[in-house]
Design a protein around this ligand. Structure first.
Ligand code: CO8
Length: 254
C-alpha cells in the first residue's frame, strides 16, 4: 500500500496514514487503502487491538482532500460520502477495540475518523475542528451523528455550526478524547492502555465489541443515507464551489 503503513506488535496492529505532504488528507486513494486495511484487520484472527495514527508530527488527518472535492458533482459527492461512511462504519464495527492517537490537526473527515474509533488519546497540541460549514458543506463521513453521541448534542452542534477549533486540553475536558498525554508520555500511555486491554479476557471484550456494533448498526444505515443526501445537496449549490475554490486560491497564494 502507498498511503497506509502497517506494523504489528504483540497482537496489536497499527495503521499509519502516510501522506505527510498533504497533512495526511483523505483522498479517494487513501480512503480505498484504508478500507482494504480495515477489512483485512477484521478478517485476521490474531489481532486484538487496532491503533490508527497519522504520519509526521503535524497532523493526525487534516480532513478530506479539498482539491479533490472542489470539482465534485453532487452525484460524486454522494458516492464519496457513502464510501467514507461505509469505511468508517467498517471501522466502528470491528470486533476488536480501536484507538486513535491524535497529535496536531484532526480536522473534518480526520476528526470524523478519530471519533469512529472506540478510544482517543491526544496530546495538548491536538487541534480538533469540523470546518466543513466554512467550505459550504457538512461533515459527510458519519460525524454528524457520532459527535453528538460522544460529547452531547449541544456541544456537537456548537462545533459544527461554528467550525471552532478545540485544542487537546479542551477536547479532554469535554470528553472528545478519553486520554490526554504530554508528547513525551504518549507512547507510555498508549502502551499502558493496550496492556490493560490485552490482560483482560478476549472472550469478554469480544462480547462487548459485538454489543456496541449491534447497538449502532441499524440506526447507522439510515443516518448515513440521510447525511449523504444532504452532503450531495451542498454540491448542487454555488457556495461549495466558491468557498472551496477560495480556500485553494489562498493556499496557492502562500
Ligand atoms: N485537503 C487537501 N490538502 C490539504 C488539506 C486538505 N484537507 N489540508 C492540508 N492540505 C495540504 C495543503 O494544501 C498544503 O499543500 P501544499 O504544500 O501542496 O500547498 C499542505 O497540506 C500543508 O498545509 P498548509 O501549507 O496549509 O499548512 P498550514 O500549517 O499553513 O495550515 C491547516 C494547516 C490549518 C491544517 C490548513 O492546511 C488547512 O486549513 N487545511 C484544510 C483543513 C480543512 O478544512 N479540513 C476539512 C476538509 S472538509 C472535510 O474533511 C469534509 C469531510 C467530509 C467528507 C465527506 C465525503 C465527501
Amino acid at each position: 500500500m502507498k498511503y497506509i503503513k502497517t506494523s504489528v506488535e504483540n497482537n496489536v496492529i497499527t495503521l499509519t496514514i502516510t501522506r505527510p505532504q498533504a497533512l495526511n488528507a483523505l483522498n479517494t486513494e487513501v480512503l480505498s487503502e484504508l478500507s482494504t486495511a480495515i477489512r483485512e484487520v477484521g478478517e485476521h484472527p490474531d489481532y486484538r487491538c487496532l491503533v490508527i495514527r497519522g504520519s509526521g508530527n503535524r497532523a493526525f488527518v487534516a480532513g478530506a482532500d479539498i482539491s479533490e472535492m472542489v470539482d465534485y458533482t453532487p452525484e460524486q459527492a454522494f458516492d464519496f460520502s457513502m464510501f467514507g461512511n461505509r469505511v468508517f462504519a467498517q471501522l466502528e464495527q470491528l470486533p476488536i477495540p480501536t484507538i486513535a492517537v491524535v497529535h496536531g490537526y484532526a480536522l473534518g473527515g480526520g476528526m470524523e475518523l478519530a471519533i469512529a474509533c472506540d478510544i482517543r488519546i491526544a496530546t495538548p497540541n491536538a487541534r480538533f475542528a469540523l470546518p466543513e460549514t466554512g467550505l459550504g458543506i457538512i461533515p459527510g463521513f458519519g460525524g454528524v451523528f457520532r459527535l453528538g453521541r460522544l460529547i452531547g448534542e449541544g456541544r456537537a452542534k456548537y462545533m459544527m455550526y461554528t467550525g471552532k477549533t478545540v485544542g487537546g486540553e479542551e477536547a479532554y475536558r469535554i470528553g472528545l478524547v478519553e486520554l490526554l498525554a504530554q508528547p513525551e508520555e504518549l507512547e507510555e500511555m498508549l502502551d499502558d492502555t493496550l496492556k490493560r486491554i490485552l490482560n483482560n479476557s478476549q472472550v469478554a471484550i469480544d462480547k462487548l465489541t459485538n454489543i456496541f456494533a449491534y447497538a449502532h448498526a441499524d440506526a447507522s444505515a439510515a443516518d448515513f443515507l440521510q447525511e449523504a443526501e444532504h452532503f450531495k445537496a451542498c454540491f448542487a449549490h454555488p457556495d461549495q464551489k466558491e468557498r472551496m475554490q477560495s480556500f485553494l486560491d489562498k493556499q496557492n497564494a502562500k
